[in-house]
Design a protein around this ligand. Structure first.
Ligand SMILES: C[S@@+](CC[C@H](N)C(=O)[O-])C[C@H]1O[C@@H](n2cnc3c(N)ncnc32)[C@H](O)[C@@H]1O
Length: 561
């Protein structure tokens, strides 16, 4: 990658580097573009390829609300507003899985909204409205919403827009509603912010977003490799950031580091701003502060002594973990909350596997240590009840369990003995509920108010999610499709070849014909151990692969009931 020379440092600096005050002196240039409906934005130029985020789904928000004492309304008929919805990558799959709900998404970028509308229409949705307007234009006429979502926007907009986002969460949220706002937070973002400021200084002579992005990448690599003290903290920060950015796409690097605005806040500042609008802190959608089991007991005690209440505790834990991102939930300040998540309420919810066991067949009944992981989180546990519960859920994927079903399954999995005996009766149920709550807080267990409609078994004429069928045809989506559980799944070439044809009109024979035709046309290549399959074995192999592929698609929660 060529490093661009930095010929004339005469160009205007991004605001953060150019002025010292916290408020811009006026709304000119890029700020103006971020502010006003109709004007072109950097997202029209380089769209942001948004994904489904389970932690923003009403099912997830209602779960947190219920565990903390709220009584959210029925999910089926919920109304959802997403601010800065981009191309609808998050809102469209929600509208698909909650067909009786009403979904409104707004975004300043008309190009992104046009793409989102086209996808919603092609998916056949009539319960979603995507509008190309600014956050500044949302008013009471939009109506009331049970859930308001604002992901990846708050930190990237000027203070006036940030303020408006909070006002909307007050004005347009139903009395028992939940608002989700994610934001970059300190102290963690100081590290990333340092890199961002350096990169913005370096790329200031260039206008072209591609040149800016490539040059920023190259300059960061150069810096990381050239710092004199290669084992010191400064070199480590630069190298870690460069490594992280290498894995990210150009559009992401551009919007993450080279946008004009990036305004992280401390947690305590964010909740103060929310309180000033009449909103209170409910909890986090993910990475709950309550999960402190990885901390030594004396550390936990000290944190509680230092903080005294939940809000201060949250801030102190951020200091300890060097947190850089939050996905905070807010509700009206007159809602009565219980400040500790309730294991009793958990018994009313549905449970679903999200964690993968590391060992192929853990010895659940013993007290040997086993590891489970999900995304970036993992737990090591020797608790036989937790191991048995996570293992039962894993084996039964994609199906969900009620609390009582899981209670029985765990006892059977443990087999006769004192651990299973301890699970009997009301005290045993309470024991299991407490263990499951810890798993949920550690991001190892999915809890649901309502189970999405998907099937664990492919039917005679399988039907896949219409959205995933469209995505499987779009090369721009890569190998990823959106599941009916509001997550992304990475599929094989064979899965992607079959998925668009799962519209309920084809049985196994017809599906096999589709695959044979794809192989004959060269659109699908079959290999075993790096070698092409001999032509005479292809029909039999495809029959087996089709069976396995349908099983995999069902497991990924892509097939409709
Ligand atoms: C980083 S992207 C996040 C998009 C999406 N929420 C996601 O997570 O994939 C930020 C989005 O905020 C939108 N945005 C910025 N300022 C806005 C404003 N004043 N009103 C509405 N949308 C805005 C941008 O157009 C862009 O789509």
């Amino acid at each position: 990658m060529r490093l661009q020379p930095n010929p004339h440092p005469a160009k205007e600096l991004p605001r953060k580097l150019a002025d010292t005050g916290s408020q811009p002196s006026g709304f000119g240039g890029q700020t103006q573009r971020l502010f006003t409906s109709g004007a072109p934005t950097s997202y029209d130029n380089i769209p942001y390829l948004g994904n489904p985020r389970y932690e923003t789904h009403p099912n997830c928000l209602a779960t947190v609300g219920m565990l903390l004492g709220m009584k959210p309304g029925p999910l089926d008929s919920c109304r959802v507003l997403e601010l800065g919805c981009g191309m609808g990558g998050n809102l469209i799959p929600m509208a698909l899985t909650l067909p009786q709900g009403q979904f409104v998404g707004i975004d300043l970028s008309s190009r992104q909204i046009a793409s989102g509308r086209a996808l919603a229409e092609a998916t056949g949705l009539t319960n979603i409205h995507l509008k190309s307007v600014s956050v500044m234009d949302v008013d009471g006429s939009f109506g009331q919403f049970d859930y308001i979502i604002c992901h990846g926007v708050y930190s990237w907009v000027p203070p006036a827009v940030q303020d408006r986002i909070l006002s909307i969460c007050k004005q347009n949220l139903t009395s028992n509603g939940v608002a989700y706002i994610s934001y970059n937070t300190y102290p963690g973002w100081h590290q990333r912010g340092l890199v961002r400021e350096i990169l913005n200084y370096h790329v200031r002579p260039f206008d072209d977003p591609d040149v800016r992005t490539q040059d920023a990448r190259a300059f960061l690599d150069f810096l990381g490799q050239s710092v004199v003290n290669q084992s010191g903290p400064y070199a480590r920060i630069l190298q870690e950031e460069a490594e992280w950015l290498q894995k990210e796409a150009d559009w992401y690097v551009f919007h993450e580091h080279l946008e004009d605005y990036n305004e992280p806040v401390y947690f305590h500042q964010f909740v103060q701003r929310a309180a000033a609008k009449g909103l209170q802190y409910l909890g986090e959608a993910l990475n709950h502060t309550y999960h402190m089991h990885d901390l030594r007991p004396e550390v936990r005690d000290r944190l509680w002594q230092l903080s005294g209440d939940l809000l201060h505790l949250e801030q102190y834990v951020d200091f300890l973990r060097n947190r850089m991102f939050r996905q905070t939930l807010l509700c009206h300040d007159d809602v009565q909350l219980s400040r500790a998540p309730s294991a009793e309420i958990l018994m009313e919810l549905k449970m679903i596997a999200i964690a993968l066991p590391k060992a192929p067949n853990p010895d659940v009944a013993s007290d040997a240590l086993d590891e489970f992981h999900h995304d970036d989180s993992s737990i090591r546990t020797n608790n036989p009840v937790i191991k048995a519960a996570l293992w039962c859920l894993h084996e039964a994927r994609p199906r969900s369990f009620s609390f009582d079903e899981l209670w029985i399954a765990v006892q059977e999995r443990l087999g006769p003995g004192p651990t299973a005996d301890a699970l009997r009766g009301e005290s045993g149920r309470a024991l299991l509920a407490n263990d499951l709550l810890q798993c949920y807080l550690a991001n190892m267990l999915g809890l649901l108010v309502q189970v999405p409609r998907f099937t664990a078994e492919a039917s005679a004429r399988p039907v896949a999610s219409p959205l995933a069928r469209l995505q499987a045809r779009q090369p721009s989506a890569g190998k990823f499709v959106t599941t009916l559980f509001h997550q992304r799944a990475e599929l094989s070439d064979l899965d992607l070849a079959i998925l668009p044809h799962l519209d309920g009109s084809r049985d196994r024979t017809a599906l096999l014909d589709v695959l044979l035709a794809a192989v004959a046309e060269g659109a699908l290549k079959l290999h075993k151990n790096g070698q092409s399959l001999p032509p005479e074995t292809i029909p039999e192999s495809l029959k087996k692969y089709l069976h396995l592929s349908l099983q995999r698609l069902a497991r990924c929660r892509l097939l409709m009931a």
